[in-house]
Ligand binder design. Structure first.
Ligand code: 4NP
Length: 156
């Protein structure tokens, strides 16, 4: 699965690392290919934002060495689930779909939010303080847990 955000330095690499940590907890590491990318190219080749790495560390999630990369339509062939973090990311991915099968692979992260969040996207923490990064980590941990359970229920 491929998590997508704008810059690939905050939300989507966090989702990737949290999802991989959940797989490891379940003894399923390596069973599902999990990656992340951004719709924009600003941060290609860069490490995740240090504020996000600090929030992940506070939550016990280690940095896996990910470097920023940009989404490409070839990702529609490489992944069977493409998960944008917000509405704009979703639109930016959908407009690159080459056929209906591509578009059908795009499912928003909010699909797996707990019902009581009142949110319909993962908020962009980039211009805020450290608390925003902790909130994103907490939201992604809940959503990735639900995603793991969803995949297990579907026998993946
Ligand atoms: P991300 O956060 O999309 O979660 O990686 C952002 C990263 C960079 C920028 C905005 C949001 N930026 O404007 O450079």
């Amino acid at each position: 699965m491929l998590f997508v955000c704008l810059g690939n330095i905050c939300r989507s690499p966090a989702a990737e690392m949290i999802f991989n940590a959940l797989l490891a907890e379940r003894g399923l590491q390596g069973r599902i290919r999990c990656d992340s990318c951004g719709v924009a190219a600003y941060h290609v080749g860069q490490k995740p934002d240090s504020r996000m790495l600090a929030a992940l560390k506070r939550a016990g999630i280690p940095y896996n060495g990910h470097r920023g990369r940009q989404f490409s339509p070839a990702d529609f062939d490489a992944f069977d689930l493409i998960i944008p973090q917000d509405t704009t990311n979703r639109e930016d991915i959908l407009c690159q779909a080459r056929k209906s099968e591509d578009a059908a692979k795009v499912v928003p992260m909010s699909r797996w939010f707990p019902a009581d969040t009142g949110l319909d996207e993962v908020p962009d923490p980039y211009y805020g303080g450290p608390h925003g990064f902790d909130l994103v980590v907490e939201l992604l941990r809940a959503a990735c847990t639900a995603l793991c359970e969803d995949l297990a229920a579907r026998g993946r």
